[in-house]
Design a protein around this ligand. Structure first.
Ligand code: C2E
Ligand code: MG
Ligand code: MG
Length: 743
């Protein structure tokens, strides 16, 4: 083959479209075909070394494990079979060492004989006489091998070997083109992906502070055109515009090789707000340039969703105020300031009688008034912490002189009165009733929590006859502790039958005979001795324990009445019934069962209930009283004169008796006013045809006044205090003969 032919072949290879496109396998196929023809070779093949670690071979370049694959081959048409490719199985380190230093291995050269002898099996098996293996190298690295084998003895001229080397170089160039194509394509792909990314990608040169690259997502997020950002200072970015300190801090952290991330609320060019989540990471190029790789996105939707979840979690849906979960941790953190607890009184009943819609409207109105108060007094927070309970946390007042304290009392009074102001709800005028407890947080430190102190205080506020607001003080707490002990002991008292009924006689002032007995409960406390109802009835009432206690009282009194009636003792039994018991819903069944079981004669059982309690739910009370009257059970209004009964309502009750409160009787001798009140009550009872009992008669003088005013009955220490049942029997026996019951 002359020089021209070689030149022509090389041009064929160089100009082939396979070579131009960097298609290595096509170019290899072309090289194999041309060389086979022109060298009249038996086998021409191209091998590529790969870094596939599955096949373990020695890496020709640095002795790492590698493998190889046949890319193309050409067999002489006269040969019928493909040789089994010798070196494939026996790639030896020496083979590559040789190739690296000499570029090619010619099998016929004497210095290669020891190497070639290692392939002797292969040569013999396939009848190969000579071969030349040329390295395909890029930058000194062996990437593959071009192998030409002859089954006949062939003399290889230097020029022929040179030509084979030139072909191997073309193959190496093709491979390099391929690599360039590949990496260009990778860059192209990467850039495309970055451009299309919905997240903002940005490169900031940390030495110059210039944004060297930003993708389109940035403009979409911020509204700032790309050309105003790219190649401009990073200080102009939304995130740094109003916070240059953040810029310096982030850049210095990046220089310290730290990652910076966070969330910020920012403003767009058009003034709208958005939340941005950002991530800055340090990035150094191969040339040693320092960058911050910034990735950020608009997480407003995520933020708003989270904010909405938080709003739902921390707010009361109805009133828009914060809820208990939000308020309590705030209160727990407070070391000073004032806690105001506001309870909407009788809200449950309001809901039941007016319906839930009006109930909601009332809560909203109360919340509105509280919000107004809270903002006017710079409150830390105002919340709805229970169904009908609200709380306000006020900051500590800077002014601690006594005048400021009394001013503050006036503020609370005004709030109380403001909450009580009438409101029109669904065209109905409603007068909200609230109770307020005020706790100075500092003053309760080390005692109970502010909230428990407020609860204790609130109970007092509720029990007040008017102006239901109360400031916390230490006495309330010690009373609470005693009450807590009573409450604890009451449970045992119910189980341990520690209660006993005492009886106080009722005297008929006209006949001078005893016509009744009031059953009064006593508690034989194992440690404290005999306790009077004043020490425990209210607690029993508040805790609901009054129901089992009341049931026991009713049953014991009926049992005793039955015994007396057996013995023909004709007196009426008065039993006190508490409000909770009265409105418990099963008083009628209870009484019906007892009246039947103990065969109680009509009108001999009289239930006493205070007027204030009765007025709690007038409609319900009127119904129940009528039902009880039908059972033959009498109804007495206890402590009459202390409440605010309206005559209009009183007339609707089937009342058999009024009991004038002891406070009026006590003053009869000294106060003309009391005498007039008592006379007026007696006149009214006579007009309504209701029997009247004066409570707490202690002196003959009082008795004389009552007799002369035509009061029917009297009860008091003048006759006897409440006494034990056996003493009572003796007392009655001792006192003249029995007379029939009168009403
Ligand atoms: P009440 O029903 O008004 O009972 C009359 C109270 O006045 C009794 O007090 C009685 O001992 C007392 N008293 C009677 N005469 C005189 C007197 O001349 N001078 C003075 N200073 N006091 C007199 P007690 O037994 O301490 O009962 C207090 C209240 O406890 C009762 O007032 C009643 O509201 C309530 N209570 C008593 N027993 C029961 C009961 O079994 N159930 C319920 N729910 N409440 C009861
Ligand atoms: Mg009574
Ligand atoms: Mg009474």
């Amino acid at each position: 083959m002359n020089q021209q032919e070689k030149q022509h072949l090389l041009e064929l290879i160089v100009n082939s479209s396979a070579k131009q496109q960097g298609d290595f396998s096509q170019t290899s196929a072309l090289v194999c075909q041309l060389l086979q023809e022109h060298f009249d070779a038996s086998f021409v093949s191209v091998w590529l070394l790969t870094t596939d670690t599955d096949t373990s071979e020695v890496n020709p370049n640095d002795h790492f494990v590698c493998s190889h694959k046949l890319v193309a081959s050409q067999i002489a048409p006269s040969l019928s079979h493909t040789p089994a490719l010798r070196k494939i199985h026996k790639l030896l380190p020496q083979f590559f060492t040789e190739l690296r230093s000499h570029r090619y291995i010619l099998s016929s050269e004497p210095q290669q004989q020891s190497l070639i002898s290692q392939f002797s099996d292969y040569y013999q098996q396939h009848g190969i006489k000579t071969s030349v293996d040329v390295a395909i190298r890029i930058n000194g690295h062996i990437e593959g091998v071009l192998s030409i084998e002859h089954c006949e003895d062939t003399i290889w001229l230097k020029s022929a070997i040179q030509f084979a080397i030139q072909c191997a170089d073309q193959l190496a160039l093709t491979l390099a083109t391929r690599h360039t194509y590949d990496s260009n394509e990778q860059i192209y792909l990467l850039r495309n992906a970055t451009e299309q990314s919905e997240h903002v990608v940005m490169l900031v040169n940390t030495d110059t502070g210039i944004v060297e690259y930003v993708n389109d997502a940035h403009e979409k997020m911020t509204g700032s055109p790309r050309n105003t950002i790219e190649h401009h200072s990073a200080k102009n970015l939304d995130i740094f515009k109003s916070n240059q300190l953040l810029y310096s801090s982030i850049i210095s952290q990046i220089r310290n090789n730290e990652v910076v991330k966070g969330n910020l609320k920012l403003k767009r060019a058009d003034g709208s707000d958005y939340w941005m989540s950002y991530h800055f990471s340090p990035f150094v190029t191969e040339l040693g340039k320092h960058y911050a790789l910034v990735s950020s996105y608009d997480n407003s939707a995520e933020y708003l969703h989270k904010a909405e979840l938080e709003r739902l979690a921390w707010h009361c849906n109805l009133t828009g105020l914060h809820n208990r979960s939000y308020f309590i941790p705030q209160l727990e953190r407070a070391v000073d300031g004032t806690l105001i607890l506001i309870d909407l009184l009788s809200f449950k009943r309001f809901n039941d009688t007016h319906g839930h819609e009006q109930g909601d409207a009332l809560l909203i109105e109360i919340a509105r008034r509280l919000k107004h108060f809270a903002s006017a007094s710079n409150a830390i927070d105002v919340a709805r912490i229970g169904s009908d309970e609200f709380a306000i946390l006020l900051p500590e007042s800077e002014d601690d002189n006594p005048q400021a304290l009394s001013d503050f009392e006036q503020v609370i009074k005004r709030l109380y009165l403001n909450l009580a102001a009438p409101s029109v709800i669904s065209r109905e005028k409603i007068e909200p009733k609230t109770a307020l407890a005020v706790v100075d947080i500092k003053s309760v430190a080390g005692l109970f929590t502010p909230l428990s102190c407020a609860d204790i205080t609130l109970q007092h506020a509720k029990n007040k006859s008017e102006m239901h607001y109360q400031f916390f003080n230490a006495d309330l707490l010690s009373e609470f502790t005693t009450n807590a002990e009573i409450e604890r002991d009451l449970h045992q008292a119910i189980r341990g039958r520690e209660f006993e009924l005492y009886y106080q006689p009722l005297m008929d002032l006209k006949t001078n005979q005893y016509i009744g007995a009031e059953a009064l409960i006593r508690w034989n406390h194992p440690k404290k001795g005999v306790l009077y109802p004043g020490a425990f009835i209210e607690i029993a009432e508040q805790t609901g324990m009054i129901n089992p206690i009341g049931e026991w009282v009713l049953e014991s009194a009926c049992k005793q009445l039955n015994l007396w009636q057996h013995k023909d003792v004709n007196i009426a039994m008065h039993v006190n019934v508490s409000a909770r018991q009265f409105f418990s819903g099963n008083l009628y069944e209870q009484v019906w069962r007892l009246v039947t079981r103990y065969r109680i004669k009509p009108k001999t059982l009289v239930l006493e209930i205070t007027e204030t309690e009765l007025m709690g739910d007038i409609r319900y009370a009127i119904n129940l009283c009528h039902e009880l009257a039908e059972l033959g059970v009498g109804l007495a209004i206890d402590d009459f004169g202390t409440g605010y009964s309206s005559m209009k309502y009183l007339k609707q009750f089937p009342i058999s008796k009024l009991k004038i409160d002891r406070s009026f009787i006590m003053d009869i001798s000294s106060s003309r006013e009391s005498r007039e009140i008592v006379s007026a009550i007696i006149a009214m009872a006579n007009a309504l045809n209701i029997s009247l009992t004066a409570e707490g008669v202690e002196t003959k003088e009082q008795e004389a006044f009552l007799s002369s005013s035509a009061c029917h009955h009297a009860q008091g220490y003048l006759y006897s205090p409440a006494i034990r049942v056996n003493d009572f029997a003796q007392f009655i026996e001792h006192h003249a003969t029995w007379v029939p019951v009168e009403h």
